[in-house]
Ligand binder design. Sequence first.
Ligand code: NAP
Length: 317
Amino acid sequence: MSASTNQVNHHKVIILGSGPAGLTAAIYTARASLSPLIIHGPLAGGQLTTTTDVENFPGFPEGIMGPDLMQLMEQQATRFGTTVAVDTIVKANLSQRPFTLTGQSGTYTCDSLIISTGAAPKYIGAKNERELLGYGVSTCATCDGAFFRNKVIAVVGGGDSACEEASFLTRFASKLYLIHRRDSLRASKIMQQRVFNNPKIEVLWNKGVLSVEGSKKDGVTGLTLQDTITKEESLLPADALFVAIGHTPNSSLFQGQLDMDENGYLLHKPDSAETTIPGVFVSGDVQDHVFRQAITAAGSGCMAAIGAERWLEAQHG
Ligand code: NAP
């Protein structure tokens, strides 16, 4: 959508991002008659669109495909009057009211802004890693671990995420390999100890993943590893690879305008979705490096929407 004047592009509420956080914020603000505008980039639906079966979202006892869940949420949001614009926002000005968002196709202004831009998992860059995403390669143990009961699982990474995912995945795995590129873990001592004390986990030190073996039909069958010191290559038979080398919050638009932690996650006031700028709220993975679940993102989207609704009411009566 693009329009020629600020008048047309002005909305009481703009929601940036169309994952579960943004869409839940849209459902709530739309039902509050605020006619929100959701702006998302070329790919709607956020990280869930790269997930296959979602088995842990309440209300779907048989599970639901990630993209289907997002489509249903969007239908629910538009039913109550949400408008959707596909645009890539390249600049945000939160220093003046109304807030201004400059996109590649248009300029948008709003009284209240809900930022639900999500986070992107980092990838290692191994051959076939992206092709087999959802077919044995995953970036989310909580989402996909249960598909690999009694299977050999590999986790790559050496931080808290990798150790946490590795420990969690031993509930399912017959054997778990933690693959790390150095000879010591970056994770906190307690997480490291959990890994070292777990008889199912074997740490493969000084190893990088060159290539994921397998196909969409057969899933992952193994990994080609390379020793980071000797450069020797080896084949590790495995049924799944979980990439856990961290996430990057999509917050760079707000650098210097909103408070962030040292990793770029947006900060909000305790027990609320409010930022230090009145009228600007945050929800979903862009402000959460701890839980990162569709349901927690949706919950925080609801908090941001109710926050925005109350804030607007206090402004305009
Ligand atoms: P992280 O601490 O940045 O660790 C990333 C790990 O991945 C590092 O071990 C790094 O190796 C490795 N890595 C990075 N790029 C790689 C590549 N291209 N190929 C192979 N390995 C690569 O990220 P994180 O574990 O996601 O943690 C992020 C933050 O969230 C941290 O502050 C962490 O404490 C926090 N967190 C906390 C919890 C918890 O407390 N329950 C759980 C998860 C995360 P090097 O070590 O060689 O750099």
